[in-house]
Design a protein around this ligand. Structure first.
Ligand SMILES: [Mg+2]
Length: 294
């Protein structure tokens, strides 16, 4: 790698991290327990045929980014908060232990650091606290960030009432990205699936929304995620991409890390930026000093 390319690569301003199975390994079993809880919810509350539940749970997760988004797309109606409380409320969080190594790595990175997860805020808070990483990030972009709860007496509702005597058209309150497409393409074939009203990774709209909310330049941002689809989508949004928990590159990934703990060996540019900056400051101070003395 020549010097120019290295300097360009070192010009990172923000690091965007997925959380589950990225900041801790899948071997903790939290992911598996979460899937089992979702299956239980589908069985108990949505009365989906038991023999169908496991396959449906997995396929909707793959197609929509979360099983919840897929269920909504299929027309199932349920309360988002109740769903999250059920599937996350009894997870074996005690299996997540403080990770001082990762904590020190994160705290030593000079860039902005932001979590971007499809999970809800309560789960994100719980996981980050258990890992001892709750003060390592500037912010969390989570389910509620991309899918703010509809408030019946919101300002928009009041405005609508002033404009019309008819029943409110709730579609007015969906974002443009949610309204503009009614279907999504499944995989690489031309099968069309209903579009979910839930905004989440790996949709390109979700990636672009996160970039806008974080107010970052994707060309100066590295996105870390364990999901192959999320990585492909992150690359399509213009981000630098690192697949985590995988020893081989996947489509759209610039780098593969078997563990987030290997980040310093694989991406020394993250730290070099600070050292380069420090050298520049020292040099300019020295010049100023010479001028003053002259
Ligand atoms: Mg993940």
């Amino acid at each position: 790698m020549d010097t120019v390319e290295r300097l360009n690569k070192a010009n990172y301003e923000c690091l965007l991290f997925d959380m589950d199975d990225t900041l801790y390994p899948m071997s903790t079993g939290v992911n598996y327990a979460c899937r089992k809880n979702i299956e239980e919810y589908m069985l108990q509350f949505l009365e989906i045929e038991a023999s169908e539940v496991p396959r449906m749970c997995l396929e909707l997760y793959k197609e929509y980014g979360t099983t919840m988004a897929g269920l909504k797309a299929l027309g199932y109606e349920f309360d988002n908060d109740e769903f999250h409380a059920f599937v996350h409320g009894r997870l074996p969080y005690e299996r997540l232990k403080p990770d001082p190594v990762l904590r020190n790595l994160l705290l030593s990175m000079p860039q902005r650091k932001i979590i971007f997860t499809n999970a809800d805020k309560a789960h994100a808070d719980q996981v980050l606290t258990r890992l001892g990483l709750d003060d390592c990030f500037e912010g969390i972009i989570c389910f509620e960030t991309l899918n703010p709860p509809f408030e019946p007496n919101s300002y928009e509702d009041e405005v609508y009432r002033c404009l019309s005597s008819e029943e409110p058209d709730y579609n007015l309150f969906f974002s443009e990205s949610e309204r503009k497409a009614e279907v999504i393409h499944a995989g690489n074939d031309d099968t069309l699936l209903p579009k979910s009203q839930i905004l989440c990774k790996p949709s390109l709209e979700a990636m672009e929304a996160a970039i806008q909310i974080a107010n970052v330049d994707p060309k100066k941002t590295i996105f870390f995620d364990d999901s192959i689809r999320n990585i492909a989508s992150g690359k399509a949004a213009g981000l630098h991409t690192v697949i985590v928990g995988n020893s081989e590159l996947v489509p759209g990934a610039d780098l593969a890390l078997t563990s987030i703990h290997n980040i310093k060996e694989a991406l020394p540019e993250i730290w070099e930026e600070e050292e380069d900056h420090f050298e520049q400051v020292v040099q300019s101070t020295a010049v100023d000093t010479v001028i003053v003395l002259a």
